[in-house]
Design a protein around this ligand. Structure first.
Ligand SMILES: NC(=O)C1=CN([C@@H]2O[C@H](COP(=O)(O)OP(=O)(O)OC[C@H]3O[C@@H](n4cnc5c(N)ncnc54)[C@H](OP(=O)(O)O)[C@@H]3O)[C@@H](O)[C@H]2O)C=CC1
Ligand SMILES: CC(C)CCC[C@@H](C)[C@H]1CC[C@H]2[C@@H]3C(=O)C=C4C[C@@H](O)CC[C@]4(C)[C@H]3CC[C@]12C
Length: 293
């Protein structure tokens, strides 16, 4: 091969590698002064997201049901360096409340740069009882409130070239798993809603980004308490998980995988060999510890 041809092949290879593997670099200053709503921030991953944002100098508006916990999180955010920190307490089974939180962002923050949708309603971990009401209730909290807040936030996000972040799950937003049927239904719905909305926005030349987070097992109190007798895997740290969500959101990634290798691999494997993923998942569960339906 002539020298020019060799160089061309090298150049094309290098360019492709650069195009696919290089990303913009994350800098904490990207979040400085940004006006951000975080839902489900009284505990777990949402609480950790609020603390990271506070350290980066953002203006945070957090929400969940427990007012006392929210007060504590707001106080810690301020001590960590948040440009401002406020809370609104309420229940996301009420769509008027969901919309109010976004409207209040206009009054409290003067606009919105990022909407982080993270809350989930209480659900049991076990065989599905067959009660459709369990699904209906969880759809309200885990899905319809996300859609409601998104619709209410879009005009402000259009103005700020802002971002929407929807926290979903590897094993239930991409892969079916047993014992979480109502929850799984709501997480699959998120993918349909947000992936389709992303495309509709792009077709209208919108500059609002949508990031869907595909998370594996994370060491929040709620998760560990409900599944540690059945799932042997070591959960990943919630602090690092929260930081990866923020980084991906700031870089406007369409999907954020954490823990990256496991989550990405299982998602890809599911497309090629779903039976294999089902088999692997079933064999990691201690189902002898699960009460019959
Ligand atoms: N932990 C894990 O292993 C995984 C988690 N995820 C996802 O990460 C996100 C966070 O999970 P995690 O931190 O573990 O969850 P937690 O259970 O720790 O936190 C849930 C949050 O939602 C709030 N919440 C619960 N019910 C309502 C309600 N009806 N209205 C308003 N707020 C409510 C809770 O506060 P309060 O009780 O005060 O209302 C709390 O702040 C979820 O979207 C989850 O699906 C995905 C994969 C794995
Ligand atoms: C194949 C294995 C290596 C990985 C399997 C990981 C599976 C078992 C992990 C990955 C994501 C996990 C669930 C999740 O998304 C969120 C929650 C919410 C919490 O309140 C209760 C626990 C629950 C349902 C987790 C249950 C266990 C799941 C399915």
């Amino acid at each position: 091969m002539g020298l020019f041809k060799k160089l061309f092949v090298f150049f094309v290879g290098f360019s492709l590698a650069f195009y696919f593997y290089s990303g913009d670099e994350f800098k904490p200053e990207m979040l400085k002064g940004k006006r951000i709503i975080v839902t489900g921030a009284s505990t777990g991953i949402g609480e950790q997201i609020a603390y990271h944002l506070a350290q980066m100098g953002s203006k945070v508006l957090i929400t969940a049901r427990r007012e006392e916990r929210l007060k504590e999180v707001v106080a810690k955010c301020l001590s960590l360096g948040a440009a401002s920190a406020h809370y609104i307490a309420g229940n996301m089974d009420d769509m008027v409340f969901a919309e109010t939180v976004v409207k209040e962002a206009k009054n409290i923050l003067g606009g919105l740069d990022m909407l982080i949708l993270n809350h989930i309603g209480h659900h049991k971990y076990g065989y599905f009882s067959g009660n459709i009401d369990e699904i209906r209730k969880l759809i309200e909290v885990n899905f319809l409130s996300y859609a409601t807040m998104t619709v209410a936030a879009l005009p402000m996000l259009e103005k700020s070239n802002g971002s929407i972040v929807a926290v979903s799950s590897l094993a239930v937003g991409k892969i079916g798993v047993p014992f979480v049927i109502p929850y799984a239904s709501t997480k699959f719905a998120l993918d349909g809603f947000f992936s389709s909305l992303r495309l509709e926005l792009a077709l209208q030349n919108s500059n609002v980004s949508i990031s869907l987070c595909i998370l594996s097992y994370i060491n929040t109190d709620a998760a560990v308490k409900s599944i540690s007798h059945v799932v042997n895997q070591t959960p990943a740290p919630k602090e690092e998980c929260a930081l990866e969500i923020i980084k991906g959101a700031a870089l406007r990634k369409r999907e954020i995988y954490y823990e990256y290798a496991l989550a990405k691999f299982l998602t890809l494997l599911r497309t090629w060999a779903p039976e294999f993923v089902d088999y692997g998942l079933s064999s990691t569960l201690n189902i002898e510890n699960m009460k019959p339906a």
